[in-house]
Design a protein around this ligand. Structure first.
Ligand SMILES: Nc1ncnc2c1ncn2[C@@H]1O[C@H](COP(=O)(O)OP(=O)(O)OP(=O)(O)O)[C@@H](O)[C@H]1O
Ligand SMILES: [Zn+2]
Length: 839
């Protein structure tokens, strides 16, 4: 057949590519192989979206992951039906990255695709039905009921119907059983209608007809023609004022936005007349949603220690793919990043800089924007879908050679990365917790850099022990800066003993005398204060003083958090909420009291203690809308807030010169993290929040309130003994088999029935015992929270030996085990969640 084309070149090019592996949307677990029809062959490229048949009755869109010449073993390959794009939507490096992620994090490649594509680029597919071309009512051997007849009748008039259409036609809600029956009777086919979701922002613009614009006499003639028609004349004058084509006829081409032309009250109908009379023409123009901004400053001159650090980093990069920059808070890491980014951009490569959360980005993004202007794209979760697609397309078109973004920006379509920077690399929020892929953006970034033959720079004042371990082992390069930039010094710590103050009756609204004095002193000097508490809401729970009742979530085994402002009890796990009861629902007593402290309550206490101070609060509740965070930061930066109370949001990256006192409200709460990383996390959190104090010439002060001020960890933090602490923890982790000495995999078994969940978890356990790799299997145990959203949780923890291909073998066997378990009728509705490198 192919020789019919008579094109030798084409034959040679395509003879090897007869099959394509296609990434299909969830829930389809892996790539499926399809035949490439000869006619489509010349156009086929990796990363294109295509339409394929899946199963007997479904049509899906997928993305070409691989082109090859091996027919599938287990099934007959069906042909690809059609190609959707001329140009690939994703590039081969991205596909390679997806494949790696699906394998490493033990999830479906379709799940990775779902996470990777901004939903604006995803194909929304809506199921529709059409008549089965093979269906003949005359010879049909299955009897049809009235409703089925009705649907077929409707299809006579309209070639396709959506589910919604069918609901309307039949006047009932659930049409699925009827449609299913029609499919079974081979009367209809179900297919997916593909729609593009991204909508470009389009502006209507107006310009002179080209031949008029190019000719001064013609313009003159137009003026004469509209003489006496004041409205038309006014529009014409305004156009010439804003678009001076007399001086430069070329300007006409861009024209002017129609809305702005009519802004000053000119009438639309006069403009219409001018268009009708062939003076103006209107045209559509696609505009950027993300506005261009100019760079306004040069990078700063580096200090000598910054210069030294930069030199070291570059030397390391000659032999190491990854470098860890360990520089104390305020040491000027950001300025070092800026220099490096500039060098890589100048060499023509792309740069990606990761930040842990949007909360953190605002201030740093502002600083980067000053230097990089509009060649820098920003990608974060509060962007609309359309804005995300613009960043995506901007990376492809080259508009953005540098992107700063949150963890999902590792999925952007880079094709020539030279450098990835992971700022605050220790941050737990780099790990995606739910849904799959449960990836760690730092680790994935290192892999991505490897695929691009790029370098990765990890930066932190408190590196994760995993990264520091890798540096200590020589796997990463290590560069350290031990003092702050300029004249700034590291802050001074004070421990405030809560128990002692209580005994001496010095506590006021849970504040120690030390805390109050330091805050007062800062206020007197007109400086600013940050108060940190890792719990939002008013107080953790409401309790009945008579019977001990506490409000619990109806779907989860946790107590509800009291939110005073909204007068509600809320579940921080599932979002369930209820109005606060007037009296105890259990015993009817009216003695309900609040226990413990959330940010909302601390804010209230402080405003009672310091009535003259202006208060601000920064937590999930006050920063929900897109600009909430920015507004608070602006106010704080402008000195309109004296005391800022906040959750971990305020611990990271903030750089405000007037903050001299930082208070840690409940130091003990920070220590009680139920995990082997408790110590590491506590060290990081305290050091980071303390690091917000005294970042300029005035030395900062940090007050930690605690019932156990003698705890050794506080001592280590205060003395800044990061390395000592690291060393000691490593001894423990080695002894008890924890990362980085082993690899962890956590498997959660979930089911609505406690017994089923328990049984399934134990069955999994027994099967896993037989996997022939070096490992320790712990559990199954009831989850820390035994029930979430009405699902009972059992957790197994597997510690894998780090050597050889242990992990690969384990994951492969695990896949088979889960498949087998899922096929048992008793476990059909059990859900297993696998989390590799849980945090
Ligand atoms: N070379 C420089 N010239 C002028 N100012 C600088 C220079 N380097 C750093 N600074 C200033 O010093 C302050 C601290 O620097 P930066 O915020 O980069 O520190 P950091 O190491 O990122 O701190 P953290 O880990 O606490 O976020 C900033 O206000 C920054 O503008
Ligand atoms: Zn709940």
């Amino acid at each position: 057949m192919e020789s019919l084309f008579g094109d030798q070149d084409f034959l040679e090019k395509s003879s090897g590519n007869n099959f394509a592996d296609i990434v299909l949307p969830v829930p389809i677990p892996r790539m499926f192989t399809y035949k490439i029809p000869p006619l489509l062959k010349p156009q086929i490229q990796i990363g294109q979206r295509v339409i394929v048949q899946f199963g007997k009755k479904k049509v899906l869109t997928g993305i070409i992951g691989k082109v090859h010449n091996k027919p599938p073993q287990a099934y007959e390959a069906k042909p690809i039906l059609d190609i959707l794009d001329d140009q690939p939507s994703v590039n081969p490096l991205q596909i390679r990255f997806w494949v790696w992620m699906a394998e490493y994090y033990f999830c479906h490649i379709g799940e990775v695709m779902f996470a990777a594509l901004p939903s604006g680029l995803r194909l929304s597919s809506e199921s529709k039905i059409q008549l089965n071309p093979n269906f003949d009512p005359e010879t049909n051997k299955y009897p049809l009921d009235v409703r089925e007849e009705k649907i077929l009748e409707a299809l006579e008039n309209k070639p396709e119907l959506s589910y919604e259409d069918c609901e309307k036609i039949l006047g009932i809600k659930s049409v699925h059983p009827i449609l299913k029956s029609l499919v079974a009777k081979e009367a209809i086919l179900i297919f997916e209608k593909v729609q593009e979701k991204y909508t470009p922002k389009v502006e209507t613009r107006v310009r002179l007809l080209p031949e008029i614009a190019a000719d001064k006499n013609a313009i003159q003639a137009v003026f004469e023609a509209v003489q006496g028609k004041a409205k038309q004349e006014s529009i014409l004058l305004k156009f010439l004022r804003d678009v001076p084509v007399f001086q430069n006829p070329k300007l006409n081409e861009r024209g002017i936005d129609k809305a702005s032309l009519l802004e000053e009250g000119d009438s639309e109908s006069s403009l219409k007349t001018l268009i009708k009379n062939g003076v103006f023409e209107s045209f559509k123009h696609v505009v950027n949603r993300i506005e261009d901004e100019k760079a306004v400053r040069e990078a700063y001159e580096l200090s000598s220690s910054q210069q030294t650090a930069l030199g070291e980093i570059k030397t390391h990069f000659e032999t190491k793919q990854t470098v860890l920059l360990h520089g104390v808070t305020g040491s000027g890491k950001t300025e070092i990043y800026i220099k490096l980014i500039q060098e890589v951009l100048d060499s023509g490569s792309q740069v990606l800089m990761l930040l842990p959360e949007i909360a953190l980005t605002t201030q740093i993004v502002g600083r980067l924007r000053q230097v990089f202007g509009s060649q820098m794209g920003v990608y974060h979760s509060k962007y609309s879908d359309n804005e995300r697609v613009e960043v995506w397309n901007g990376v492809i078109s080259g508009r953005f050679s540098f992107v700063v973004g949150v963890r999902s920006s590792i999925f952007l379509p880079f094709d020539s990365l030279g450098l990835i920077i992971v700022d605050e690399e220790h941050e737990p929020s780099y790990k995606q917790f739910d849904p799959a892929p449960r990836f760690h953006a730092r680790d994935a970034a290192i892999m991505l850099a490897y695929f691009h033959q790029a370098r990765t720079l990890l930066g932190s004042a408190t590196p994760s022990f995993e990264s520091y371990y890798n540096a200590a082992q020589g796997k990463y390069g290590l560069t350290e800066i031990s003092h702050r930039f300029g004249d700034a010094h590291l802050p001074e710590y004070q421990l405030a003993d809560l128990s002692a103050d209580r005994k001496k009756n010095l506590l006021k609204l849970d504040s120690t005398r030390m805390m109050r004095e330091k805050i007062q002193a800062a206020l007197d000097r007109q400086e600013q204060v940050i108060i940190f508490q890792n719990r939002r809401g008013y107080s953790p729970y409401v309790q009945c003083e008579d019977c001990g009742w506490t409000g619990d979530c109806v779907q989860c085994d946790v107590s509800l958090t009291y939110h005073q402002f909204a007068e509600e009890l809320r579940c921080h796990y599932c979002g369930y909420k209820e109005k606060i009861p007037q009296s105890c629902p259990a015993c009817g007593s009216s003695q309900l009291s609040t226990q413990g402290m959330g940010t909302e309550r601390i804010e209230e206490s402080l405003s009672l203690l310091f009535p003259e101070a202006r208060m601000g609060r920064m937590d999930l509740d006050t920063t929900r809308n897109k600009y909430g965070y920015q507004r608070l930061l602006d106010e704080f930066g402008a000195g309109q807030i004296d005391i800022l109370v906040g959750t971990q949001m305020i611990t990271k990256g903030l750089d405000f010169g007037k903050v001299t006192v930082v208070g840690i409200w409940d130091g003990d709460r920070i220590l009680n993290f139920p995990d082997f990383r408790a110590g590491e996390r506590a060290y990081q959190q305290i050091t980071q929040v303390a690091g917000r104090a005294g970042r300029r010439d005035v030395k900062g002060q940090v007050v930690i309130q605690s019932r156990n001020p003698d705890n050794e960890l506080f001592e280590r933090v205060i003395r800044g003994e990061y390395y000592e602490f690291f060393r000691q923890e490593m001894i423990e982790r080695k002894k008890f088999y924890y990362p980085p000495y082993v690899k962890l995999v956590k498997i959660t078994t979930r089911h609505a029935d406690f017994k089923v969940s328990e049984k399934a978890a134990h069955a999994l356990h027994r099967e896993m015992a037989n996997i022939p790799v070096k490992k320790i299997v712990l559990g199954p145990e009831k989850g820390i929270i035994a029930r979430i959203k009405n699902q009972y949780q059992f957790e197994s923890m597997i510690k894998l030996d780090r050597s050889g291909d242990t992990q690969a073998t384990f994951k492969e066997s695990l896949g088979k085990i889960l498949e087998e378990l899922q096929s048992r009728p008793e476990f059909r509705s059990v859900r297993w969640v696998v989390d590799v490198d849980p945090s």
